[in-house]
Design a protein. Sequence first.
Length: 58
Amino acid sequence: MKQILRKTFVILVVINCFLWGFIGICKAYSGIRQIGFGEYRKAIEFEDGKIKIFDFSI
């Protein structure tokens, strides 16, 4: 039982690190677009049935 809790805790810590890292990257991208290009643009946008993540359209 103790091993399962330890593994679960480690997995949650790793997921949390990736999540906060991605959020930080998104905030940095928004700031760079605002200062460098004068655009108020989010890192992830949904427009006209398209998903835009950073500079890529899906």
